[in-house]
Design a protein around this ligand. Structure first.
Ligand code: FES
Length: 230
């Protein structure tokens, strides 16, 4: 019984593993600590499990520390925006993902789906309420600014033709998120930092081969779900 008490106390004290096993001779020869063979075996076994338990505690602690060091960055990953089957190449579509307002539109000049911040650089009107103009650019519904697939402003209707080229100012550019199409889904990278512009060359969205395999049946769709709101 004494052995069990000691084991339990050691555990509560969280002593370092090197202190778990006291010198055997001192333990067994102590006058006020005489134990039977059975008790000694119990103590041995308990010490063994205690040692193992504390070693695994160390592993858990170091794993936890490692996880804290490698904190997940929610804004450095690919996210699905919409299945292509739900998009219309003739109309820009607004979507909120990760709390970001996006507009998805088809850029026929680059033959690719584009994902922009749903906000016109002029007066912040939603670009998703705009249209695709006859040259395949995204045009804001409010004052008619037109943007190409790189976000460059190509036309400002009110700017005099012989005036300064205001449309070429950086402030006139729409914000473009890195995007790609895979498995019939438009994906975007929710970070406008220019260092992620070519992130697709380094990292691709998760690929699910079955989604492209015609021998599988799949259902596609998207549903808006409110989350993280009170
Ligand atoms: S708000 Fe878009 S052009 Fe003015």
């Amino acid at each position: 019984m004494e052995a069990a008490t000691i084991t339990s106390s050691l555990h509560l004290l969280h002593l370092p593993t090197t202190l778990v096993k006291p010198p055997r001779s001192r333990l067994l020869s102590s006058n006020n600590f005489k134990i039977t063979t059975t008790q000694r075996n119990v103590f041995r076994n308990n010490c063994g499990s205690l040692h193992t338990a504390m070693a695994s505690d160390d592993v858990v602690t170091s794993e936890r520390r490692k996880m804290e060091e490698e904190k997940f960055d929610w804004f450095s990953e690919w996210y699905p925006v919409m299945p292509v089957c739900d998009l219309d190449k003739k109309v820009p579509i607004g979507k909120k993902v990760l709390g970001l307002d996006l507009v998805v539109w088809w850029d026929r000049n680059e033959n690719a789906w584009k994902v922009f911040d749903d906000s016109c650089p002029h007066r912040l009107a939603p670009l998703s309420e705009g249209r695709i103009d006859q040259w395949g650019r995204l045009q804001c519904v409010y004052h008619g600014w037109c943007f190409n697939g790189s976000g460059d402003c190509k036309f400002i209707p009110q700017a005099p033709p012989d005036g300064p080229p205001v449309h070429s100012s950086k402030k006139a550019c729409a914000a473009v998120y890195p995007s790609t199409t895979q498995n019939g889904i438009v994906w975007f990278w929710p970070n406008l930092d220019p260092k992620f512009k070519d992130i697709i060359m380094e990292k691709k969205p998760p690929f699910i081969p079955e989604l492209d395999d015609p021998s599988y049946v799949k259902l596609e769709g998207n549903r808006d779900m409110a989350y993280g709101e009170h």
